[in-house]
Design a protein around this ligand. Structure first.
Ligand code: CA
Length: 715
């Protein structure tokens, strides 16, 4: 998919906001998957040898410094040969601020009965393959974890300051030629800012433990002490013998322990670790049991966990949604926030929070939106929450208004304007401020020319129209045209829906065939049949599933019919094609089936990509949001996927905010992050399937209705 999501393909990581909290640069703490560690690579030649699983390092659950695992290095230092083990830094979106290191630190477990002698050489590697100086380390103690602390300046110049983010890997290589076989385990490989010697000095306490069908959800009081690096979780089956089972980042106050067993009781304790892994005393124990859940309770579970991304996981100053967790702590994404707003309403209605809690959050949100930079009334893609300044995360050209993100945000806000219908001062204020925000949005400015056929995606005061991206469907941006037409103050002619969105001249055809890499559907309409399913509108065989989600979380597609199709039916067909593709599985990817499907845009082993049900855009990666946010279109197939993802893959795929972003079973990879664009659609679209709540609220809006009447008249 070229061209579409153009902003996402620009350089990530541009202008630094000084106050963004830094991460310790880490190469390894745990592997989410068993067997081999995805971000590693081994080589050996001659009579040297290193144990590997498909040229990757084996993961050991038997030994772990931080639970649950470490990496195993077993090798022979051949007289005529060489082995290497390289561990790549997982380049997590937005984890691009690193604390100035004083040490390279890692922990070694040397089992007794092993050959001793020289340990390997260690070096850091930058993206341009530059190697740091070689350092050789020594560990003497056996049958225990020992920390290796290497002063950072021993690694030589060129790996500090601005160069930190260019460090891509750490490499261990053979240092001696003695033909001996050796073995050790390694864990928590990272650059440490200081050698923290003091214990965290903070009393841990679990505040809730709740059992679901195969996992226990633990929550503790938020940890504010910056000396705390991790929360360590212990579990016991008998209430007496507690074993460490996992760690959680200190900025998250929740942990999902997926035991995979239903109808069992466990006790839990937690402790806190500082940056040097000194541990506090353990908290008092809490107890919870897993139990059978009805289908309805399973839906509640997924809705609530995903909702928490926007509730507990929100950026603190704005109350809005982060781009991804774990990523930048202060940065919000506006489109994801619009989706999150609809998830918050769903959460209030399902009593995950009280209405009053929701009101207070929305008072904060509308206050932030009033302060935030705007560009002819239109918000940018990303903001620094504390300053409310736009943040050009996708590159310096993208430093102004983003009409598509704006429309996703407005979609949520208009649903909120309908939801907060109370007469008290706060609810009134929320409605009034949303109205002001909506009526100040200059959709007509984003036509660029007075007689333009198209809306344009971006504009900024100093870059003007330099990105030059015309909005042409069919894709995720229908809501942008519908809202621009619906605006009571800065509306555009309804004819632009046909001249721009559904454009059928050479501009539209070229745009679609360029990103779809096919002529199918390049004239907006398609007309072909895929897997026996007719597709009226759509490029290729329908594209990624988020096309059927983002514009239709508020807009009820049952109510949108144009010259060419009805969009509930068309979306349903796109979801069915996506499902049928996974059953056929032409790429022969591991796991694809009737109950494991849903190609869409998500994080992946090689970064973010928009996957589609065609071989050239299928990377073997499944994002739970694909199938689950399609609930209104394919309830049976979506439920099967939900149960399969949870029951069979929950051990690595389920976490504190519900399903992690994506999984690629063929590559033994699971995403470590949750994404703001992908969690809320699950909560909201399940709700639209169950009760139609968000659809009803949004569609009750007078301006929305007036816009649809204008569209009808232009047909
Ligand atoms: Ca570990």
């Amino acid at each position: 998919m070229k061209g579409l999501l153009a902003a996402c393909s620009l350089m990530i990581g541009s202008v630094a906001m000084a106050q963004e909290p830094a991460y310790d640069l880490s190469f390894f703490s745990n592997s989410r998957m068993k067997g081999d560690y995805f971000f590693s690579r081994t080589t050996d030649e001659g009579n040297s040898w290193i144990e590997s699983v498909g040229n990757k390092l084996p993961v050991s659950e038997r030994y772990a410094h931080t639970p649950g695992n470490s990496l195993k290095l077993e090798y022979t230092d051949g007289k005529q040969g060489k082995w290497t083990a390289t561990i790549r830094r997982e380049d997590k979106r937005g984890q691009d601020f690193f604390a100035k290191p004083k040490f390279l630190s890692f922990w070694i477990y040397l089992p007794s009965g092993q050959n001793t002698g020289m340990f390997p050489v260690v070096q850091l590697i930058k993206g341009d393959s530059t190697l740091s100086k070689e350092v050789i380390f020594q560990v003497a103690k056996k049958d225990q974890w020992s920390q290796v602390l290497i002063p950072y300046n021993l690694l030589g110049p060129g790996f500090d300051g601005d160069q930190l983010r260019r460090i891509t890997a750490i490499r261990f290589t053979q240092s001696i030629k003695d033909d001996l076989k050796k073995n050790f385990y390694i864990d928590d490989i990272e650059l440490l800012p200081e050698n923290y010697k003091t214990a965290a000095g903070y009393t841990p306490a679990i505040v809730s433990a709740k059992g679901y069908s195969k996992h226990i959800d633990l929550a503790w009081k938020p940890v504010s002490n910056p000396a705390v690096r991790y929360v360590k979780i212990y579990r016991s089956g008998d209430g007496k013998n507690f074993k460490p089972i996992g760690i959680q980042e200190a900025f998250t106050s929740r942990y999902a322990d997926f035991t995979g067993i239903t109808g069992e009781t466990w006790s839990y304790k937690i402790s806190l670790l500082n940056h040097n892994y000194d541990e506090t005393a353990l908290s008092p124990a809490v107890k919870a049991s897993t139990k059978e859940l009805s289908d309805s309770a399973m839906l509640d579970m997924v809705q609530e966990a995903s909702f928490r991304y926007y509730w507990e996981g929100a950026e603190k100053a704005s109350g809005l949604a982060k781009e991804n967790i774990a990523g930048r702590h202060n940065m919000i994404a506006t489109g994801a926030s619009g989706f999150g707003i609809m998830a918050l309403i769903t959460g209030a209605e399902r009593k995950f929070i009280t209405r009053q809690q929701a009101v207070d959050r929305f008072v904060q949100i509308v206050g932030f939106l009033e302060r935030a930079d705007k560009f002819h009334g239109v918000v940018g893609h990303f903001y620094d929450g504390p300053s409310a300044k736009v943040e050009p995360f996708f590159g310096k050209r993208d430093n102004g208004g983003d009409l598509v993100e704006h429309s996703f945000l407005v979609q949520g806000l208009l649903a909120a304007r309908a939801y907060f219908n109370g007469n008290d001062a706060k609810e009134k204020m929320i409605r009034e401020r949303i109205t002001k925000f909506w009526e100040q949005s200059e959709w007509d400015w984003y036509r660029r020319y007075p007689d333009s056929k198209f809306l344009y995606w971006h504009w900024s005061p100093d870059q003007a129209w330099v990105i030059n991206h015309q909005l042409i469907g069919w894709n995720e941006t229908m809501v942008t045209y519908l809202l621009a037409i619906a605006s009571p103050t800065h509306g555009v002619p309804a004819s632009m829906y046909y001249s721009g969105w559904a454009n059928q001249d050479s501009t539209g055809k070229k745009y679609r065939s360029n990103w779809g890499e096919t002529e199918e559907g390049s004239a907006y309409t398609n007309g072909n049949t895929y897997f026996g399913i007719k597709l009226d509108v759509g490029v290729s065989n329908g594209g990624p599933l988020f096309f059927t989600h983002y514009s239709y979380m508020g807009y009820d597609p049952h109510g949108i019919t144009d010259k060419y199709t009805n969009y509930f039916t068309n979306n349903q067909h796109i979801a069915q094609i996506n499902h049928a593709y996974a059953i056929q599985n032409p790429g022969k990817y591991k796991g694809y089936s009737d109950s494991a499907w849903g190609l869409t845009a998500s994080d992946g082993p090689d970064g973010y990509s928009a996957d589609e049900p065609v071989l050239r855009q299928d990377r073997g990666k499944l994002a739970p949001t694909g199938a689950i946010s399609s609930f209104p279109y394919t309830p049976e197939a979506s439920m099967k996927a939900l149960k399969n993802f949870y029951n069979n893959y929950g051990a690595f795929l389920w976490g504190e905010y519900g399903f992690r972003d994506a999984v690629n079973l063929s590559q033994n990879w699971t995403s470590d992050i949750y994404m703001g664009l992908n969690q809320a659609p699950m909560t909201v679209m399940i709700e639209n399937y169950r009760t139609g709540l968000i659809w009803k609220l949004f569609m009750s809006d007078r301006d929305v209705q007036a816009g649809l009447k204008k569209l009808e008249a232009a047909r």
